[in-house]
Design a protein around this ligand. Structure first.
Ligand code: IZC
Ligand code: ZN
Length: 409
């Protein structure tokens, strides 16, 4: 048995429980001052405030700092070859994201670079990104395929995720996103690609148990709401839980579909209409918002306050990808969520911990300081939660703990 006692915690701030928090509950945290946490074999056993009533093999003095649950990044496109710095000049000239894609660049250029990389190369590159994420305080994340767009290459990306789970301390939830773009060879044969997805690729993903979720890019010029429904329904038949990229650029029915189909989460929602919010509230869908992408696309910001008012739980994630958001720092996401969505630091913390964990089906295990959950914790170079959300551009993660073990990345 290995045990760890973290003591002299100035402030412990955490949401509570194993389900997403919606409405006013999103802003309600447990806050303890002068606190301690005791863990055994990577799990939280007890915590409280005042003098710790017990000791452990290993003792860690938090120095009066803030401690929160490890951050959960519920939306990344972690596995990719190459980068897209060539698109920066186009962005500066106001070339729209969807125009770059329509001309064969964007996602399709990353598809080429990902095809050209070996499984080992992709694994090493993603592991380097995971190391950086952990240094910024992320201890669990999600990762999507979607730069393969054919059976072998999609499976290659998902096997990289499996390998990372075996070799890296980060927990990585796998999402199949073969419907990320239409491959150029199917330009005149959309039904052909949908048939390939539904009859060959999804069954193979399910057979090898390579993913838990199925995601679709429902967007103008990519997949329509009807096509998205087809793919997600098929995924469901094979046991894959639906997620959907909805209302990122144009509101073409993605958020309405999310609620109807019972998607666990809908992503982006930058231009989400009122009917979409109502549908998600009815369907129990979590809004997974990506504020750093709005910043990077120089677009507007998702109506996060309205979602909270309407009872939709809000999760916050990075969207780490080589095109629309080459950023994996959730601390920056927290800053932007406060400043642009006008969420409170308490609502933001729930968004990057418990609600994010719920958006990837892991809220029983991570996302809060609760008994029996994994001892995934961050000691911050901050006296309180307001300070963490207020400072901009520094890495305030002081010590990152994954399953009770100090991470030295
Ligand atoms: O590579 O551009 N939005 N998919 C949907 C992305 C962004 C990733 C990319
Ligand atoms: Zn995305």
């Amino acid at each position: 048995m290995s045990s760890l006692l973290i003591h002299n915690i100035g402030m412990l701030a955490t949401p509570e429980g194993t389900e997403a928090h919606r409405g006013p509950a999103q802003g309600q945290l447990r806050v303890l001052e002068n606190a301690w946490i005791y863990t055994e074999n990577g799990r939280i056993v007890s915590f409280g405030s005042g003098e710790p009533p017990l000791t452990a093999e290993e003792k860690l003095d938090a120095g009066g700092r803030l401690v929160t649950p490890g951050l959960v990044d519920a939306h990344t496109h972690l596995i990719f070859g190459g980068w897209r710095q060539n698109e920066l000049a186009m962005k500066i000239r106001n070339v729209p994201y969807l125009d770059i894609l329509a001309s064969g660049g964007g996602i399709l250029s990353t598809v080429k670079a990902t095809h050209a990389a070996t499984e080992a190369e992709l694994t090493n590159k993603a592991a380097t990104a995971l190391d950086e994420m952990m240094r910024f305080g992320t201890t669990t994340c999600e990762a999507k395929s979607g730069y393969g767009l054919c059976k072998d290459e999609e499976l290659k990306q998902l096997r990289v995720i499996r390998k990372l789970n075996e070799t890296h301390p980060m927990d990585v939830a796998a999402t199949f996103m073969g419907a990320h773009a239409l491959p150029p060879e199917y330009k005149e044969n959309r039904e052909g690609y949908l048939k390939l997805l539904c009859e060959e690729i999804i069954p193979a993903v399910a057979q090898e148990k390579l993913a838990r979720f199925c995601d679709v890019f429902c967007e103008t010029g990519v997949f329509t709401a009807e096509e998205s429904r087809q793919v997600l329904e098929c995924g469901k038949e094979y046991g894959l839980i639906p997620k959907i990229h909805a209302d990122e650029i144009d509101p073409i029915g993605g958020s309405q579909l999310a609620g109807q189909i019972g998607a666990i989460s809908a992503e982006h929602l930058i231009v989400c209409p009122d009917e979409g919010i109502a549908s998600m509230a009815r369907g129990g869908t979590i809004a997974c918002l990506l504020p750093a992408t709005s910043f990077y696309l120089n677009s507007t910001y998702a109506p996060a306050r309205k979602m909270i008012e309407q009872g939709v739980p809000v999760a916050l994630a990075s969207d780490y990808n080589p095109g629309s958001c080459p950023c994996l720092n959730l601390q920056l996401v927290m800053n932007i969520a406060c400043l642009k969505y006008r969420l409170t630091p308490e609502e933001v913390l729930t968004g990057v911990t418990l609600n994010a964990a719920a958006a990837i089906g892991m809220a029983e295990l991570v996302g809060s300081v609760d008994r029996a959950k994994q001892a995934d914790l961050v000691i911050w170079d901050a006296p309180d939660l307001n300070y963490l959300c207020y400072r901009l551009g520094s890495n305030l993660a002081h010590t990152v703990i994954k399953k009770g073990v100090l991470y030295h990345g």
